[in-house]
Write a protein that binds this ligand. Sequence first.
Ligand SMILES: *Cc1c(COP(=O)(O)O)cnc(C)c1O
Length: 354
Amino acid sequence: MYPKIVVDYKKLVENTKIMADKCHDKGISVMAVTKSVCGWDVVRDAYIDGGVDYLADSRVENFMYDTTLEKVLLRLPQKSQYPEVVKYCDISLNSSLKTIQELDEECIKQGKTHKVILMFDIGDLREGIYYKESYEELVADILKLENIILEGIGTNLTCYGGVIPTKETLNKLEEIGRNIEDKFDVSLKIKSFGNSSSIYLLDKEEEFSYFNNLRLGEVLVLGRETAYGELVPNMHSNIFKLQAQLIEVYEKPSMPEGELGMNAFGEKVEFEDKGMMKRGILAIGRQDVNYEDLTIIDSNVDIVGSSSDHMIVDLTKTDYKVGDIVEFNLTYGSLLMLTTSKYVYRGVENGKEN
Ligand SMILES: *Cc1c(COP(=O)(O)O)cnc(C)c1O
């Protein structure tokens, strides 16, 4: 059924393998991020086939499955979900002592242990303890907790503030990590220096030599690093596509007739008079995806506009008819929205051979 989002399994395994091999060569473990596809099981399997070390997501709801890899919660745990966090996640990223202490209490209730990665903000201004603040007392308090393991430290860059990971920036985190290890005589198993925006550093080993982990999402699914937005050589950028079905095809004018008010979204729309055109209506709309985050694969077709449940396309240069399928390439935003919509079906191409 349509609309349908289709993943090319083989290409996704290839992308994952290229990145995982490259990271492993440099002594870096990979947390593969499933949040852009709402934890889609096929994507998870491809990551595992590609050889990643951990599965990561920002939402605990996406972790309700069994796997042999450790599951890492990327978003700081919220109080209302501590039971689920302890139950379904092995590791979580954290920045508040109170949260970690309460997770410890929940662990005691469930008879479990939980690992935490302490996040530091080295300038991007999203999550983490601000690197200029004191943190030693907090670390001492974490180490006192019986059911919590301080598994490592990490930082997040190029997410909110757009700060690009450089040696100078990463040095701030390295200093903190070394200080924690010396002062408390612990060894930090995970030293995580970022996401898809850090992979451009992989060829500059001296810049990250202290670190040993990356959390990768976008580069695996879209084949693109995110510091400069460059495609990564040999990786696929067209692993996912959207298919939508035509429910009407007619010759109509390109200008509406009559007095013009607002559209259904309270917007005043401008129209360009292109005379008569062959207009198609696709059964997909703004409830499923923002049409500006889509590009039509067939260059003879253009998007005209979209309402909640309909997308209008210009088919003038084509011979599409009712019932035909129009295909789109996706961005990070459209991948996220389409996998979130319960009205979008899912399919697999070049699937795993059984
Ligand atoms: C989403 C997220 C990632 C992955 O980011 P990409 O740019 O998709 O690689 C890594 N770390 C954290 C904390 C995240 O929230």
